[in-house]
Design a protein around this ligand. Structure first.
Ligand SMILES: *Cc1c(COP(=O)(O)O)cnc(C)c1O
Length: 377
């Protein structure tokens, strides 16, 4: 059996080595390391893939979120609602910009932000909502957009984990995750569904005026060379990373399909087990691109399970072990533990299994059997 890994970047690279190498070589030959033609080409390729008017490449997914918030003109003290159960980058940039993060609970089945919890957290100071499409599943965007419209709020999609996911509205309209809110961010961190070979990120929007603003912010607030109209940052996607992404983007749908197929095999193996809750896909199959495959394990010692798996050479991880509202940096007197019953429960139960584009049946059978064996002891 091939060695088990959370993510098999080498196996994936080997299959497209020629195109990736040629694409990188072109950058080396032309030495256009910064803002080379590959970056512009990737921007156009991704705009076309997503069906969005503007893609603004930048240095990483955390910058993308920060720049999106800067572009919207949010001001210190403005409240921004986001999920308690997510990676810290989301809340970090809110705090960094001196906006007030307002963490709310998530849904127990999708792990995504609860629309009811958002509604309850809205105050006159609320200016924006940041839904995170966690583990690759699109949040309930139709309800979130309706709520945002009702209260005149911006919606910033954190799409770092769900690039390529397709959300279906009640009337059958389909849109790609990251093209529904006013603006969205994504990450091309190597292990993400569309990963480069270093750091990378992008912001998406259909709003021409906002796109113009964002293009200046990523480049030191410059709209005309050496004229700094707004305070900006330096956040660039470099040409080598863009070259990698140009080679990989044509495979993204196949990659996501492979992830869904692996998830389906895992879930079939666990089906009906009383102590395992497999991931729930709330919309169409295409609404979930399985950045992670995350189980909830009931009535068992999760640490002992992890040890059992690691002893067998099966990597696994806890995304995420501590709710953000309990983190020292983000604790606040405004929170009440009763408001986070779902997140507080999930952090004790979740376990993520190896998930990538190269998982084979033998590996999946080995992993699932090891878990079933442990739970039957
Ligand atoms: C990975 C990730 C980010 C940050 O992306 P980086 O490129 O690592 O800065 C932000 N939000 C979520 C939900 C992520 O998973």
């Amino acid at each position: 059996m091939k060695k088990l890994q959370m993510v098999d970047l080498k196996g994936q690279y080997d299959k497209i080595k020629q195109t990736v190498d040629a694409s990188i070589q072109e950058v080396l030959d032309t030495t256009t390391y910064i803002n080379g033609p590959e970056v512009h080409k990737f921007q156009k390729n991704l705009e076309e893939y997503l069906g969005v008017k503007h893609v603004i490449p930048c240095a990483n997914g955390t910058d993308a979120l920060q720049i999106a918030m800067m572009g919207l003109g949010l001001e210190p003290g403005d409240e921004v609602i986001t999920a308690d159960f997510t990676f810290a980058a989301t809340v970090e940039v809110i705090a960094l910009l001196q906006l007030t993060p307002v963490l709310v609970d998530v849904e127990p089945d999708s792990f995504n932000i609860s629309v009811e919890a958002i509604r309850n957290a809205i105050t006159p100071k609320t200016k924006a909502i940041v839904p995170v499409h966690l583990f690759g599943q699109t949040a309930d965007m139709e309800a979130i957009m309706a709520l945002a419209e009702e209260h005149n709020l911006y919606v910033i999609e954190d799409n770092a984990q769900a690039i390529g996911a397709e959300y279906t509205y009640a009337d059958g309209t389909k849109k790609k995750a990251g093209t529904i809110g006013h603006v969205a961010s994504t990450s091309f961190f190597p292990s993400k569904n569309l990963g480069c070979y270093g750091d990378g990120g992008a912001i998406f929007t259909n709003d021409d005026e906002l796109a113009h603003k964002l293009r200046g912010i990523v480049n030191h607030g410059m709209y005309e060379r050496y004229h700094h109209d707004v305070v900006g940052v330096n956040s660039r996607l470099d040409s080598v990373q863009a070259a990698v992404l140009n080679a990989k983007l044509p495979h993204l749908d196949d990659y996501n399909k492979a992830r869904r197929a692996a998830a389906d095999k895992y879930s079939k193996a666990f089906a009906g087990h009383a102590d395992i809750i497999t991931p729930v896909i709330k919309g169409d199959d295409e609404s979930h691109v399985f950045h992670q495959y995350t189980l909830r394990i009931l009535n068992a010692d999760r640490n002992a399970l992890m040890k059992h798996l690691l002893d067998k050479g099966i990597p696994c991880a806890i995304y995420y072990p501590i709710p953000l509202h309990s983190q020292k940096a983000y604790a606040s007197g405004r929170y009440n533990e009763d408001d986070f019953t779902v997140t507080n429960q999930l952090v004790k139960e979740v376990i993520s299994l190896p998930m990538h584009t190269e998982l084979d049946d033998e590996q999946i059978a080995f992993i699932t059997q090891a878990i079933l064996d442990f739970l039957s002891i």
